[in-house]
Design a protein around this ligand. Structure first.
Ligand SMILES: C[S@@+](CC[C@H](N)C(=O)[O-])C[C@H]1O[C@@H](n2cnc3c(N)ncnc32)[C@H](O)[C@@H]1O
Length: 173
């Protein structure tokens, strides 16, 4: 459930991922509330296994910078990963609305955890933008997903290994 260390270059699927990444207008998703979990991301249409649903949007910083500067609560909204060269990075999404999309909440940071029944997984891609090549974490469907399902991925290793030392996941699903 954790992104591989080798970045992939070409995500498959019918959406233009780079355009959606830039605008954060991912289609077929809605933010909702679930008792006991808070905010959650639900589908409004079906997705096929392997399809990209959205990215984990935030500021890419080095893992070390993040450790020094953040509280534990803020690490809830940080995605730690290693790039192809084995360097540790973090996508910092602790701000409710990122400066580049002040008009909207982004989906990735609001997706809840499930170890036993995740329906999406994050994968690291290295995409070429006009400003240069950039790491992008895309969430892909593990199986066919119906409309109305909650998106769930396994936070697992990124919490335990990087930011969650000593932090128990209190949810047992
Ligand atoms: C990245 S945020 C996800 C969005 C969060 N629900 C919110 O409203 O901001 C991670 C936090 O969501 C909650 N959460 C995630 N998965 C959960 C689960 N399976 N059961 C209960 N709470 C969960 C926990 O409070 C966790 O610290």
């Amino acid at each position: 459930a954790i992104p591989p260390s080798t970045p992939h270059r070409k995500p498959s699927g019918r959406m233009d991922h780079m355009a959606a990444h830039g605008s954060q207008r991912w289609k077929g998703l809605v933010i909702s509330h679930i008792e006991g979990k808070g905010r959650a991301v639900l589908t409004t249409r079906s997705f096929k296994a392997g399809e990209v649903l959205c990215d984990y949007h935030g500021e890419v910083v080095t893992s070390d910078q993040t450790h020094a500067a953040t509280s534990l609560k803020e690490t809830d909204f940080m995605f730690f990963y290693k790039n192809g060269a084995g360097e540790k990075f973090c996508i910092d999404a602790h701000l409710d609305k990122c400066p580049c999309h002040p008009d909207r909440e982004t989906f990735g940071r609001l997706i809840n955890h499930s170890r036993k029944r995740p329906n999406i997984r994050p994968r690291l891609f290295s995409l070429k933008f006009e400003s240069g090549e950039r790491d992008v974490l895309l969430f892909m469907a593990i199986r066919d997903i119906k409309a109305g399902e909650e998106l769930l991925f396994n936070y697992g290793v990124n919490r335990k290994n990087y930011c969650g030392e000593g932090l128990d996941l209190e949810w047992n699903d």
